[in-house]
Design a protein around this ligand. Structure first.
Ligand SMILES: [Zn+2]
Length: 359
């Protein structure tokens, strides 16, 4: 049986990289023949950011959607994934996908030419993409200066929030949601306020208190709801704190284990209306298991083990976490698709199948 009436995974990567051979050649050409897993991750991250070209992985995605009764996915980009390929996948499969706008061409140009990056230019690319009508939101995350690390510069809260303001203005213009990325995969080492594509906001969910006040008409979705990977709940707690104190902030939940749903569902200022299921399908982050411990399973990369090669079954794991909740089906339906349909203005097969008919 399907888990809900109209199920939307709001965070999916339908593009994948064939990294194996290129990486092996790189590793062989390095100083040490037998590089540890951590070195492999480091090199993979560099390649993902600068070199590797993605391929269309939608056949596996459609297979999983069929398996688990997922009606639609919101396609998002990362690394070198391209807008063009996502738009192509949307057009090849009518009614199954919508896509988010992601700054890719300008970033690649800056990397290639070494010219200086500006948030205004990056916002212009997003503006042009949204003007095509091919995109329903901005993500994942916000554009960043890809050369910050090589310039030996760091970025602080003031500078970064000023940059983000450019992207919020584009979202306001097109009345679309933005996605504020929170979390780390643990496999890829990520600089806090420096490095390729430094995004200090990923460590700082509390900054959204300011963004939510300054842009009250723009829906802001915490990607991964504070738990992209690993087992701690610090950023999750911070995401809840922001969502409870604002009216335009939402939480993505697909990487949450079952118990993480309890607090927001019981909080009268959060509730099912502010939760969106989104698994990060296609991101190559496996599930860890520690029987008898809390949490018993969680999403995480191992630094000493090479990146996972098979397609991790995110739908299966994530729907099992949600399926343990004994809550009204109408609330579950909101989390599983209704809220995403409302925020991204996705056309549904019928009106009045979710409890927001009067809004
Ligand atoms: Zn992702």
């Amino acid at each position: 049986m399907k888990m809900g009436r109209f199920v939307i995974d709001s965070h999916v990567h339908a593009q994948r990289f064939a990294a194996g051979r290129t990486m092996q050649e790189k590793l062989k050409s390095g100083d040490s023949a037998a590089a540890p897993g951590s070195e492999e991750y480091k090199r993979l991250h560099e390649q993902l950011t600068y070199e590797l070209q993605p391929y269309d992985n939608s056949a596996r995605l459609l297979y999983d959607m069929e398996c688990y009764g997922v009606d639609m996915c919101i396609l998002t980009s990362a690394f070198n994934m391209t807008n063009e390929l996502n738009v192509q996948i949307v057009k090849n499969n009518p009614g199954r996908f919508v896509a988010l706008a992601y700054g890719d061409k300008y970033r690649q140009e800056v990397q290639r030419t070494g010219k200086s990056w500006s948030a205004a230019e990056a916002a212009k690319e997003l503006d042009d993409l949204l003007a095509t009508g091919n995109f329903v939101g901005i993500g994942e995350g916000f554009p960043q200066d890809p050369n910050l690390g090589s310039k030996h510069r760091r970025i602080d809260i003031h500078e970064r929030l000023d940059e983000i303001a450019h992207f919020m203005a584009v979202a306001r213009k097109y009345k679309v949601p933005v996605r504020y990325h929170v979390g780390l995969t643990m496999g890829y080492t990520t600089g806090y306020c420096r490095g390729s594509g430094a995004n200090p906001e990923t460590y700082n969910p509390m900054w959204v208190h300011d963004l939510a006040i300054e842009w009250p008409d723009v829906p802001i979705i915490f990607e991964h709801g504070g738990v992209q990977a690993w087992w701690w709940e610090k950023w999750y707690e911070e995401c809840l704190n922001v969502a409870a104190a604002t009216d335009n902030v939402y939480l993505e939940t697909g990487t949450w284990w079952t118990e993480l749903y309890d607090k927001p569902l019981r909080d009268p200022n959060i509730g099912a209306k502010k939760l969106l299921w989104g698994t990060d399908w296609g991101s190559s982050i496996p599930i860890e298991w520690q029987p008898g411990q809390h949490p018993e399973t969680y999403v995480c990369q191992r630094r000493k083990t090479p990146p996972v090669r098979h397609q991790v079954d995110m739908f299966g794991w994530s729907l099992k976490q949600l399926g343990r909740l004994n809550i009204p089906q109408d609330d579950l339906n909101l989390i599983l698709g209704g809220n995403a349909a409302r925020l991204y203005r996705i056309k549904l097969p019928h009106t009045r199948i979710f409890p927001f008919v009067d809004e």
